[in-house]
Design a protein around this ligand. Structure first.
Ligand code: ATP
Ligand code: MG
Length: 325
């Protein structure tokens, strides 16, 4: 009997949760059993992993393979477990040393050819791994910048399963990802663009200075959204903790810009006036709503259903919700 263990990370809301991946190889008819509340995407990872392992030049074990994702009662979603499953299987058949993968954290989706593809939510996953005391995480190359934002954990960015196997077998080391220097913030929308509207501009400035709610009312096209959009530019940059929080939520929402710089400016969210409560606060399936995306920032919700009705706009300045009409 062969048993191998490694780690990956699932998402519980907008936070990462450590998931231990165990693989047991036993005598019996060739089959793969996956346990630990996998969703449809995780269940299908068995086929991706099998193809990726074979196309990387290794044999997939023709035995009874049981894969356990622990904690068993936590629902597992998404394709980010693929790499951990493949590595655990290869450790089970002793292609990789079990000790080399025991405390490793692996994230990423596998292509059938063994390529490693980017996944959402890498930043909160790496934050969780660092908090849990892990010292090294392997992520897809395209997620390495995002993962590198976390201090205190070594990040290895890989493009293929073959590279990860070569590294763990000690043949070709993957160099640790070096955190890039933060790029200067591009200029955001400026209040200088607003023509007139002296009272509205003053109200936005007072709301930003005091962290007050703001309620704007006016005919369609009067500039309510324009004013609210410029509120984040008046707020101070996010501190390190808040910036990581906002960037992690953007990572889950899949809205992190290429290069994954740390989001240091309060963001602006403008959900549709007909957005449901679930769309606003998130539905707990690893997808964030618009309100958490706008944590510590300004939110604007514009509602102009009929041209004759006044527009409405809600903003959230600093840490409180406000309604603007
Ligand atoms: N005071 C202003 N200065 C410069 N441009 C303006 C001004 N007011 C409106 N605009 C222009 O009109 C456009 C529409 O304004 P905006 O979307 O802010 O209106 P609104 O009050 O939010 O309307 P609605 O009620 O339909 O949401 C802006 O994108 C901007 O180009
Ligand atoms: Mg508007």
């Amino acid at each position: 009997m062969a048993l191998a263990r490694t780690w990956s990370v699932g998402l519980a809301g907008v936070q990462g949760a450590m998931v231990e991946v165990e693989v047991d190889l036993a005598a019996g008819l060739p089959t793969v059993v996956l346990v630990g509340l996998p969703d449809a995407v995780v269940r299908q990872s068995v086929d991706r992993v099998r193809a990726a392992v074979v196309n990387t030049g290794h044999d997939f074990p023709l035995r009874r393979v049981t894969i356990g994702l622990s904690p068993a009662a936590m629902p597992k979603q998404g394709s980010g477990f693929d790499l951990a499953l493949a590595v655990a299987v290869l450790a089970g058949v002793e292609v990789l040393p079990a000790a080399a993968v025991r405390d490793l954290v692996l994230l990423g989706e596998l292509g059938l050819d063994g390529s490693l593809r980017a996944v959402r939510g890498v930043l909160p996953a790496v934050l969780a791994a660092a908090r849990a005391g892990h010292r090294c995480v392997v992520v897809p190359q395209d997620n390495a910048d995002e993962a590198g934002l976390v201090e205190g954990i070594e990040v290895l960015g890989a493009a293929t399963l073959g590279q990860v196997v070569g590294h763990l077998a000690g043949r070709a080391r993957i160099p640790a990802h070096v955190r890039a220097a933060p790029a200067p913030l591009p200029p955001g929308p400026d209040l200088a663009d607003v023509v007139g509207q002296a009272a509205g501009r003053r109200a936005v400035e007072v709301a930003a200075a005091g962290g007050h709610h703001l309620f704007l009312s006016g005919p369609p096209g009067a500039g309510k959204t324009m004013l609210a959009e410029r509120l984040p530019g008046l707020l101070p940059p996010l501190d390190e903790q808040a910036a990581l929080e906002v960037t992690a939520i953007a990572s889950i929402a899949g809205t992190l810009p290429p290069g994954a710089p740390l989001v240091t400016r309060p963001t602006f969210e403008s959900p549709h006036h007909s957005a449901t409560m679930a769309a606003l606060v998130g539905a707990g399936r690893g997808r964030s709503g618009r309100a958490p995306c706008a944590a510590r920032t300004a939110v604007c919700c514009s509602s102009t259903r009929r041209r004759s009705s006044p527009g409405r706009c809600w903003t959230r300045s600093a840490s409180r919700w406000s309604a603007v009409r």
